[in-house]
Ligand binder design. Structure first.
Ligand SMILES: CC(C)(COP(=O)(O)OP(=O)(O)OC[C@H]1O[C@@H](n2cnc3c(N)ncnc32)[C@H](O)[C@@H]1OP(=O)(O)O)[C@@H](O)C(=O)NCCC(=O)NCCS
Length: 186
């Protein structure tokens, strides 16, 4: 897999035998933009990652992403440790006798900027404000750590995520990312 940051570079990689896999939007958010409050149903609680494993997260992840974009526990750990500091937040459905994991977000923090690395909510309960609240909590975390800006990439076909990010103050950037792939067996 290869990520090209300009169309021209993507064209060069296509000449080298890569195939287009996807295009991503890039969104930035100034940390000073006020964080809008969001409604969360009383049966959902947002907690730090305690008592759940990456395998639990993987189940949600696989229901949310098509195969090309799915992450396994190893990839999740790589993402969590790719920045000096990270915040993994979980959404828990507290209605049943056993608390059920229904979503998670992973934010990373570099020297000045934070990144929303992963966001996933169980498709059965989309539209309840859980995704918004997970992002809101991550933004508050980034602000506490004095990040100046927060970035996120999302598939250009993912209108749902795009609207969520824009609603929470992220601004769509003019540049795009081109994701290219090439089989290693060729
Ligand atoms: C994106 C995702 C996390 C949103 O989770 P959610 O719990 O449904 O989010 P919310 O209920 O807070 O909805 C947030 C916003 O999404 C947008 N939205 C909701 N339903 C929508 C629809 N049918 N079409 C377009 N946008 C929609 C709205 O802007 C909504 O805000 P509003 O209800 O105030 O209008 C969830 O759909 C998901 O896990 N998708 C698959 C994984 C993914 O795309 N992750 C992000 C990759 S970068």
């Amino acid at each position: 897999m290869w990520q090209a940051e300009t169309e021209r570079f993507a064209a060069v990689m296509l000449e080298q035998g890569f195939e287009p896999a996807d295009t991503l939007y890039v969104l930035h958010r100034d940390i000073k933009t006020p964080i809008k409050s969001s409604f969360l149903p009383p049966w959902v609680s947002i907690t730090r990652a305690k008592g759940y494993s990456y395998s639990d997260l993987e189940k949600i992840d696989h229901r949310c992403f098509e195969p090309f974009w799915r992450q396994d526990p190893l990839m999740m750990e790589d993402a969590r440790t790719s920045t000096p500091r990270a915040s993994l937040k979980l959404a828990i459905d507290t209605r049943g006798s056993e608390n059920t994991l229904v979503g998670f977000s992973l934010f990373g923090l570099g020297s000045h900027a934070a990144y929303l690395q992963r966001l996933a909510v169980d498709p059965d309960i989309w539209g309840n404000g859980i995704g918004s609240e997970l992002v809101r909590r991550g933004l508050n975390w980034a602000r506490r750590w004095r990040a100046q800006a927060v970035s996120v990439n999302t598939q250009s076909s993912n209108q749902r995520a795009l609207r969520l990010y824009q609603k929470l103050g992220f601004v769509l950037q003019p540049e795009m990312l081109w994701i290219l792939k090439k089989s290693c067996t060729n």
